[in-house]
Design a protein around this ligand. Structure first.
Ligand code: HEM
Length: 196
């Protein structure tokens, strides 16, 4: 199994690199922070999609990738850290532009952050034991809610058919692949493995 600290560090490092790239390519003003906001969300999508797809992906994975997926807790924490870096970029973006998010974004996205925080804080064996079946409820519904917010963000970008449509298409494709893997049968149906 890949070490948790390493996976979490990679999540954080990727988020910081996304911000640095935003600054390097677009400067330290509104444009740079807007890019940093988008790129941090894009980076966080990778560990999220892996965690979401793990139930169907793990039985089909091998080698190092399998060892990475086996540390689902590490991947979840990696996503949490990367996505809190997205939050940092959002706050800075609004500080630089003097704007503020729409109420609906604040409520919908804010609830997602509450779920992410609660899931990260309860990602211990002790919390899992203490919470019993509530732990499963929190982590299952939290994951689905974050999936919906990602899908809504990327779906909205695609539906508007503006300059951000390619990012929308990219994000939705990643999410739909993760969904298909999550829902895929764990074992191949007999007709696929039987000899003709
Ligand atoms: C209160 C909470 C949140 C606020 C205010 C917020 C705000 C923003 C803003 C302003 C951008 C666009 C930056 C730009 O293009 O100029 C953005 C991008 C994005 N956000 Fe957030 N966000 C929040 C929470 C979340 C959450 C919880 C998720 C996912 C679960 C998320 C996913 C995304 C995605 C997917 C993008 C687009 C990335 C891309 O272009 O590839 N956001 N967010």
């Amino acid at each position: 199994m890949v070490d948790t600290k390493k996976i979490v560090a990679i999540g954080g490092l990727g988020g910081l690199i996304a911000i640095a790239l935003g600054m390097l390519v677009h400067g330290t003003g509104a444009e740079g922070w807007s890019a940093a906001t988008s790129w941090t969300a894009r980076w966080a999508l990778i560990p999220f999609a892996l965690v979401f797809a793990t139930p169907g992906l793990l039985p089909r994975a091998s080698g190092w990738f399998r060892e990475l997926l086996r540390n689902r807790r590490g991947l979840g924490l990696s996503f949490a850290l990367a996505h809190f870096i997205h939050a940092g970029a959002i706050v800075t973006l609004f500080a630089v532009t003097g704007g503020s998010p729409k109420l609906l974004t604040l409520l919908g996205g804010g609830l997602a952050y509450l779920f992410i925080l609660a899931m990260a804080l309860t990602s211990t064996n002790a919390a899992q034991r203490a919470m019993g079946r509530w732990w499963k409820h929190l982590h299952r519904w939290g994951l689905w809610y974050v999936f919906l917010i990602f899908a809504q963000s990327y779906g909205g970008r695609l539906a508007r058919m503006g300059e951000h449509a390619p990012e929308g298409a990219f994000g939705l494709t990643v999410l739909l692949l993760a969904l298909a893997l999550r829902l895929a049968p764990k074992r191949q149906p007999a007709y696929l493995t039987e000899q003709p």
